[in-house]
Write a protein that binds this ligand. Structure first.
Ligand code: C2E
Ligand code: CA
Ligand code: CA
Length: 833
């Protein structure tokens, strides 16, 4: 039920959703418009009594309403309240209730008011309030701009972030204040374009604070529209992502660094000349470098990352990558197992053989992370260089034969298994060029070298595959002959070699004839070690030289004993010479037509225990060089003895002294003789020197001939000793200034033995006579020999038949006295006849 006068107003309000009401104070009746009914959710037409109307407000709001009503009634005060409200159906809403009093004088007669459901607006306001709290409270910066992008509002966080205040920002475009040199121009252009189109965006960009510090910002910008869809502005939320960005940059940097490190590792691996392969702790292949592929071409096809090492080894071995792996599957299995075991523990570097004679030095190491890293270095060239060096170290540079140390090594290698019975017996030959020193001295070192080279070449040419031909130094050569244990075969070989080596040589346009002496010894028969074998060969060689050189001699075990004796004698002889321990015995010579013919002086040495025979110590003296001081001592003693006999009134005649090649080669020999004769008050006519034929055919024959001529010119007589046992040629004899030939004792001993007995003695006598020389027979012991020699016309004789060598001065005096008396007696007899 509505009032007529207010019907228009009521309808107008109704259209705006605003209800109306009035209350008559006198009656207390309440009237509502339809909208008011609707808001209350009460069905018209019955309005509730005023007391009940108040119950629609929740208890906390009731006093407000009651108070406002009371004030209006009492004083006519109007009210306008926004209040919580509970509809008849129990919905909680918000209402705006306003009212005023209509008065009659100072008495209120009526209350009228409007009533409006403001729930939607209230909630909106509340939400807006909450949002603004959020915007203020949030740590992200918030900017609100108008449609042109001019700042309307910023939150506290924005101010904290940028250092700009709201006032400083308001009316400005944010970009103008916030962007700077490091801001990406492309990103800011995108932002501007989207803003211009009224579109939102999300970007990350470098902004600057008011203090111009750069920071990274993530911006989410959203366009704002009104209900009609028109753009009203933008709201941008910004968050500082500098830390995140730094972290990302750090990650990028680390990533790049890692990539660089990996690239570097790759580069290093690729640059390495060594093959590298790496396996994880489960021995699966991780990587190889290209040197690996080049070094192991047969294994490379199987070397894929992830391949188990075992499979790789097996396949590579089968493909023939590792010759040492063997050919059969069984051998290969064993090899693979051994290789895997080697990878379990760090193994020292070891050498692997590859096909085509190549070698690699292999080493495996486990890293701390458990990876296995295998490095293989190609050492083929290194090994070849090493081999070349070894050859150099083992080779004699002049002849390119093996050198001494190489030969010794070869000896040791051959001897051990031969001694153990595991290898054939063999032999060692030791060579020595006879009188090489004289070749050097007279023809020069170039010729000497050429001779050595030629001998070396000949030796090499005749060596069998397994023989080791060596030059030991100087003019000494050796050849090791494995398998040549048979004595007859060895003798043939030694003879053949010697003959080949001494064939005439053409050197420097001249022909050279050399001779060579050799010692032969066998193993294991004669020696169990290399040093002994070498010593044996040396002894045999010495023996060959002693026998006159230009021959070979085989080692005899007795030689070792002889050597010891030899050494002992040399030592004692040296001492004796120093102490004047050498004496002479004089053995008389007798003219066969009658009369004393002088003496031969023979060296005598008592070593403290016995008389050492000259046959024992003369060769030692010759071999050790003691022959020169010995010869001087004998000469001195012999001349002293002649002097003594003269002084006692005797006529001892010439004294013959034995001299050897080395003495005659001494440059001062003639001068020394002259001085000695002078010292003892004797003349050259008192001395005769006995030389052997061998002295005349040696290498220095020319020089010796010169010395002999000088001696002869001086007046010293010369006798050729032991004639017939050596090789003196008739040419030598006719050319040399020899006074007499001494028929060797062995031929005299044959006289009266029948057959050829005495033939040589007779020949020598005839030869001497035809050359104008005298002949002297040695070792005459019997009357029969004497008679024969006298018959043949021999000039003189010497032997036990007449006298033994006489050691003391008294014996010599006694002999001379008898000899003189005998001569006198014969004279008396002749006169008497
Ligand atoms: P040789 O020069 O032929 O000396 C003669 C040797 O014959 C001496 O031996 C002498 O004692 C020995 N003899 C003399 N008459 C007879 C005899 O009727 N029957 C026998 N069976 N032998 C007789 P010795 O003294 O033992 O000397 C041996 C060799 O030693 C010498 O042979 C000589 O070659 C060498 N010799 C001795 N003294 C010297 C020396 O001072 N210098 C050098 N270089 N050699 C010497
Ligand atoms: Ca003699
Ligand atoms: Ca003699």
């Amino acid at each position: 039920m509505s009032l007529a006068p207010s019907a228009f107003a009521d309808r107008t309000l109704e259209a705006a959703g605003v209800g109306g009401w009035e209350m008559d104070i006198a009656t207390g009746t309440l009237r509502w418009s339809s909208v008011t009914f609707r808001i209350h959710e009460v069905e018209p037409p019955h309005t509730p009594p005023l007391s009940e109307a108040l119950d629609f407000y929740p208890p906390e709001a009731r006093p407000l309403v009651a108070d406002a009503v009371a004030q209006a009634i009492a004083h006519g005060t109007p009210w306008d309240l926004e209040l919580p409200f509970i509809t008849a159906r129990g919905r909680h809403i918000w209402v705006r209730a306003c009212g005023r009093a209509e008065r009659d004088g100072d008495r209120t007669i009526k209350l009228v008011g409007a009533f409006e459901d403001i729930t939607a607006r209230h909630e909106l306001a509340q939400r807006a309030e909450r949002l603004s709290v959020v915007a203020r409270q949030m740590t992200n910066g918030v900017i609100i701009t108008d449609a042109q992008g001019l700042t309307e509002w910023v939150n506290d966080a924005f101010c904290r972030l940028t250092g700009f205040t709201l006032d400083e920002m308001r009316g400005h475009k944010p970009g103008h204040l916030l962007q700077g040199p490091e801001t990406d121009p492309a990103t800011s252009a995108t932002m501007r374009a989207r803003l211009a189109r009224g579109e939102g965006f999300e970007v990350e960009i470098v902004n600057y604070t008011k203090q111009r510090e750069a920071y990274w910002m993530a911006i989410t910008c959203t366009p704002l529209q009104d209900a009609s869809g028109a753009l009203t502005g933008f709201i941008a939320v910004e968050s500082d992502i500098t830390a995140r960005h730094r972290a990302e940059q750090e990650v990028q940097r680390l990533l790049a660094e890692q990539q660089r490190a990996e690239a570097l590792l790759r580069d290093v691996l690729e640059a390495l000349p060594s093959a590298v392969s790496a396996y994880d702790p489960d021995l699966r292949l991780i990587l190889t470098n290209s040197a690996y592929a080049a070094m192991f071409p047969l294994a490379a096809p199987f070397a894929q990352p992830g391949t188990p090492l075992e499979a790789l080894l097996r396949q590579a071995a089968q493909a023939g990558q590792y010759p040492e792996a063997g050919d059969s599957p069984g051998e290969r299995d064993a090899w693979v197992a051994a290789r895997l075991a080697r990878h379990k523990v760090p193994s020292p570097a070891h050498t692997l053989a590859l096909p085509e004679g190549r070698f690699v030095l292999a080493s495996e190491s486990r890293s701390e992370s458990g990876n296995l890293v295998c490095v293989r270095m190609d050492t083929t060239e290194l090994q070849q260089a090493e081999a070349a060096l070894r050859i150099q170290a083992e080779q004699d540079p002049l002849t390119h034969l093996a050198n001494r140390s190489c030969l010794m090594a070869a000896l040791e290698q051959q001897l051990a298994p031969a001694v153990a019975g595991l290898a054939d017996a063999g032999a060692l030959l030791l060579f020595d060029v006879d009188h090489f020193k004289q070749i050097n001295d007279t023809l020069g070192h170039d010729v000497g070298d050429a001779v050595l080279i030629e001998v070396g070449a000949r030796l090499r040419a005749r060596a069998r595959t397994n023989d080791v031909a060596a030059r030991l130094g100087g003019d000494e050569f050796a050849v090791l002959l494995p398998g040549l244990g048979d004595e007859a075969a060895l003798a043939a070989r030694a003879t053949g070699l010697l003959s080949a080596l001494t064939q005439p040589m053409q050197i420097g346009g001249r022909q050279l004839d050399i001779t060579i002496s050799a010692g032969v010894t066998r193993y294991p028969a004669d020696a169990a070690d290399a040093l002994t074998l070498m010593k044996n060969a040396d002894l045999a060689l010495y023996e060959a030289k002693r026998q006159g050189r230009a021959r070979w001699s085989a080692f005899r075990p007795e030689q070792a004993v002889e050597l010891a004796r030899h050494t002992r004698i040399a030592t004692a002889l040296r001492a004796a010479l120093g102490q004047g321990g050498i004496q002479v015995a004089l053995q008389p010579k007798r003219l066969l037509r009658g009369g004393h013919a002088g003496f031969e002086a023979l060296a005598r040495w008592h070593d403290g225990t016995h008389w050492v025979p000259p046959a024992a110590f003369i060769p030692v003296a010759e071999a050790t060089g003691l022959i020169t001081p010995l010869g001087t001592a004998v000469l001195d003693a012999a001349l002293a003895r002649v002097r003594a006999l003269r002084d006692l009134g005797h006529s001892p005649g010439r004294v013959a002294v034995n001299v050897t090649g080395p003495q005659l080669l001494h440059a001062d020999f003639v001068t020394d003789i002259t001085a000695l004769l002078f010292r003892h008050g004797l003349s050259p006519a008192d001395l005769e020197l006995e030389i052997t034929e061998t002295v005349l055919i040696g290498r220095a024959a020319e020089q010796i001939e010169k010395t002999l001529r000088a001696l002869r010119a001086l007046g010293v007589a010369l006798a050729l000793d032991d004639f017939g046992t050596g090789f003196a040629s008739l040419a030598h004899l006719s050319r040399l200034p020899i006074d007499r030939l001494k028929i060797d004792r062995s031929f005299v001993a044959e006289i009266g033995q029948g057959g050829r007995g005495g033939v040589i003695a007779r020949t020598v006598v005839g030869l001497a006579r035809s050359l104008g020389m005298e002949s002297v027979a040695e070792g005459v012991e019997t009357d029969e020999q004497l008679a024969f020699l006298r018959e043949e016309g021999c000039d003189a004789a010497q032997g036990y038949l007449f006298s033994r060598p006489l050691l003391s001065l008294e014996e010599a005096c006694a002999y001379l006295r008898t000899a003189t008396e005998a001569a006198a007696g014969r004279l008396v007899r002749l006169r008497g006849a």
